[in-house]
Each structure stands twice: as C-alpha cells, then as structure tokens.
Write a protein that binds this ligand. Sequence first.
Ligand code: BGC
Length: 662
Amino acid sequence: MGKVAAGVAALAACAVAGVVVGRRVRSRRKWKRVVGVLRELEEACETPVGRLRQVVDAMAVEMHAGLASEGGSKLKMLLTFVDHLPTGSEIGTYYALDLGGTNFRILRVQLGGRRSSILSQDVEQRPIPQHLMTSTSEDLFDFIASTLKQFVEKEENGSEPSSVRARELGFTFSFPVKQLSIHSGILIKWTKGFAIEDMVGKEVVGLLEAALVRSGLDMRVAVLVNDTVGTLALGHYDDADTVAAVIIGTGTNACYLERADAIIKCQGLLITSGCMAVNMEWGNFWSSHLPRTSYDIDLDLESPNPNDQGFEKMISGMYLGDIVRRVILRMSQESDIFGPVSSRLSIPFILQAPLLAAMHEDDSPELKEVDKILKETLEISEVSLKVRKLVVRICDVVTRRAARLAAAGIVGILKKIGRDGSGGVAGGRSRSDSKMRRTVVAIEGGLYTRYMMFREYLHEALHEILGEDVAQHVILKVTEDGSGIGGALLAAANSSSSVDNSSRYEGIKKSKDEKMAMIPSFFNNRSRDLIFDPFFSFDPFRDFPMSNTAFISTRIDWKETPEAHVFKADLPGLKKEEVKVEIEDDRVLQIRGERSVEKEDKNDTWHRVERSSGKFLRRFKLPENAKIDQVKAGMENGVLTVTVPKEEVKKTDAKKTIEISG
Ligand code: BGC
C-alpha cells in the first residue's frame, strides 16, 4: 500500500510539474510573441542619424517646392504678411485671443515702449466645451466673444473705453489659414480634432468680428496669426537672433523668417523689410524617409483627417499616446500578459500625452505610476513589473522617434536658410568654410516644455545631425506664451494707431496720377493688404537683423513723377555724414546709416527713451528706365531726398490706327 501511495504521489507530482512546465512554456511563448511585437515596433521606428539626415534634406527640398508655387508641396509654406516684427517700441494696451487647442486664452497686454517693454499682462484660460469643437462657427465664436466681453469688462473695471480708438486684438488662430492680409484669412482645413464644417473655406476674422458685433464688444482684429508666428514675434522681441519658431504641443508646426526673393510664389507682393515669416504647416510634411509603422497607418485611417498631417501624427502630443495605446492593444490581443483585453484599450485618444510622459518618466523601482495609469485609465490591473517595464519601453520607442523627427525638421529649416553649417541646400561649401552665426529657434508646446525625455531626445538628435561644432551655435529657447503675447505684440506693431499717417495714405491712394509703388511706412496699417511692387527684391535681413536696437524703422516715401523716381526719408537728428546712399550693380538703391546711442552717464536718470538708435537700411530695386548714373541726393531739415531720373519715354506724335484684319 505504501508503495502504491508513493507511486500515486510521484505521478501526481509529475503531473503538477508537467502543468507548471506547460504553463511556463506557454507563458514563455506568449512573452516571446509580445517581445516580437516590441522588436517589430523598435525596428519600424528606427531613426539612425543617416535616416534623419534624409529627412532633413527632404524637409529643405519640400520647403523650396512649397515656396515656389501654391500646391507645390505637401508643405503649404503659407504667407503670413508679417514682414516686420515688434521692435520693443510699441506702446499701449492690446488684447489677444489664442485659439488653437482644447483651451482658449484671452490676454490683455500693456506695452510701455522701449526699455520698459511688457508692463503687465492679464490672462484668462477657458476650456472649449467639447460640443463646440464640432458645432457651427456661430456657436463657437459667440461663446468666445461673450467670454472676451466679460474679460474686457472685468479688466477695464467699468472705466470708460478710449473714444479715440477701438480696442485692438491679435487673433492667434492655430490652424492652416491662407492669409489674405495680415488681418484676414481663409481656413484651409481643421486639425487637432476640430471639425466645424461651415468654417472651412471661410474668412475667419469676419466670422469673429461678426460675433464681436453681436456681443456688443467694440474691438477690431488688428492681426490674424498662427501660434508659431506669435512665438516667433515674442522670441525675436527677446532675442534678435531668433530666426524660427517651433510648436510641439497638441499639434506641431514651425515658421521662420524667409527672404522675400526666396518666396517665389509671392513674386510682386511687396515686402518692406525684405523678409517675411512663413508658416510652414510642417505637420503636413511627408517623405518616404519617415519611419512609418502599421500603427501610424491605422491611426491615420481612423482619424478625422486621413492622409493629412502625417508628420504631426508621428510627433505631436495629440497622437503619441494613441500610438502607445494601439501597441498595448495589439500585445494584449496576442497574449494575455495584460489579462483579459480591456475594452478601454479600444477607446481612441484615451491615453493622453501627460499620461504617456508620466509613465515614461516613472523612476520608482516598482513603476508605481505605470501601475496606476494602467489601472485607472486603461482598467488593466495586476500586471507584473516585467510587463510594466515593457510599457515604459513602448513609450520610449514612440517618444524617441517623435523627438528625433522634430529635431530633423528643425535642422531642415536651418539647412534651408543656410544656418546648418553646410551652406544651404544649393550650397557646395564645406562645414569648415561657412562661419556659423548664433541661431536661435523659439520653441513652445507642452511636449517640449513639460516632457523632459522628449526634450532630451530632441537635443541629442540635434547634436547628432549637426555635429558639435555647429550645434553649439544653435539655441532652442523656450518662450513663455508666445502664441498669446506674441499675438498682442504683433497687434501693436500693426496697429492703426501706432502710426500717425493712415489718413495720409487714404489721400495718396486716391491720387491716381502718382503711381505709388510702395510707401514703407504705410505697412504699419491695414491698408497694406496685397500691395504689389513689380520692382521689388532684396534682403536686408541677412546683415541687419530686425532687432530692438539694430534696426530702426525709417519711414521712406517713394513717388514717381514723369521725370524721375523720388525717395524721401525722414532722418531727423542725423548728419549727412551719418547717411550713405549707394547704388549697387543690379540697380538696387540702398539708403543706410547709423544713429549712435546717446552716451549714458552714470549720474543721469532716464525718464523716457522713445527715440530710436541703431542702424537702418532700406533698399529698393529700381526699374529698367532709371538713370542710375545721374542719381542726386540732398539733405534738408532732417529729410533726405534722393532723385533718380528716368529715361525719357519716346512719344509718338501721330496717332496710328491699326487695322483689324479678317
Ligand atoms: C496646426 C498649426 C499649428 C500647430 C500647433 C497644427 O495642427 O495645423 O497651424 O501651428 O498645430 O498648434
């Protein structure tokens, strides 16, 4: 009996061992499958530096194509009509409305002019009720206008609004907009989950202003800008070496300062400063070099905007969590390491970027944060530490790819403008013979500012692509609320009241006998929409960056009489020795000079500093008939007059009638 019992016990032990081994084998097989899914993801997301450089090149090439013609590339390269950035001399109170994500912000900014710059700012942030993101333009703008009105009433605290001028608003609208002028534009399409059908193809400022009227608020929109452009404005306001701005938040995009002559598609459009901010809408960039996975393909197909915003869908905060969710869902379907498949895993966008960042950056030994998020958000409980580590690894792969691609995008811009140390797309110069200048890129957006791992990966890639020698000259600088404050600054820089000659313009516009090809000073007011100057092309930006001190705005009138082109420049306080008038080979008239800064004595107290100082430069391409060897210049009472005689147009005396054949 004893023997039998022992035999049974041995058999039972064997059976148990068999079950255990069987389970282990099965679990190992499952784990292997999951690891297979991970490996596949890792491979598909690989971004070695060689591939990143291909993305850089593709970005620069697409930028060229997008600038050459409308529809020339998936990169829209939208004109912004922002051809001068705030200088620091702006004064007054301006409002800004920042609409571009799940929240909208209203700001009131007081500008104190040079030195004192931004005196104060009041901000209010409100979530946009979910239903308004897909309702009608009227519903959305009525809601915004009434919130704006309450804000204004609260801020102005019952004080009488100025009767002299209406309140002015910088409207930051962060979606692809085809601008018609600095203060109007048509919505091309929605991104970031918005879908208000009746607004697509409509002029957005008109819709907002109509709502402002309905709400009884006396306010006019001075500028319509993208958030990248606002960020560029603030970045440049703080640091004159800022040449581009990037947003990596819910959505992603970049803008940069482009030379007027490089914007082929806007030939003839007059750009006073010689450069314009271009809104790239890089979220829509596409290249076969982008490392695309099956998850990206599915995400795109199921998104409200399939085939659009491919770059954005690999990079921005709205999508990264959803890629991770899709990977976990697949793993969960292929094995039971996450327990039974949670229905939460099928909810699009349930795993938002802050949760992704929290899991990725969880440094507790037990990965408690990961455990919590899996439980609370995805309803996946009791997973082993090994599985939690796997989740962290997925976050890492997805985030690293995103950050590295964003870095490649930034270098693409630098390459296009010749700041990547290689001499530009067409340049054949080697790294060593191109001197690198300090280059600042303003940057905003929660993914970059609040997700450290993302930021570190981005910096690492930037250094890898550029090499240390060049990368040390490239500075990514975080701006604080550029999309809002920058909007207000641009409103100030383009305010009708910041220049005193708007009425003068009206007079000139009516006079038809003098063809005013362009009057730079008027570019500060609304009337500057779509003024074309067929003669124009130049680049003052390269050597005279627009900055608070280095570029003072000199007002110049240019008129054409039957005999000559006459330029008059207001240069009060300048001696004639401080001004240079030159004609360059390719018929470019250049007026430049420098007003020196008044010496500061330690004992002086400055109460007000409004007079500008610094360099100025204005250039004009003269027409074929200009007699450039007979140009005269004179200075009287602070006004410089340059007269460029014209070749006489031979008059035919007799009237000739042409016969019509047929
Ligand atoms: C929009 C851009 C915007 C970016 C960042 C993108 O989805 O198309 O206009 O600048 O998001 O907010």
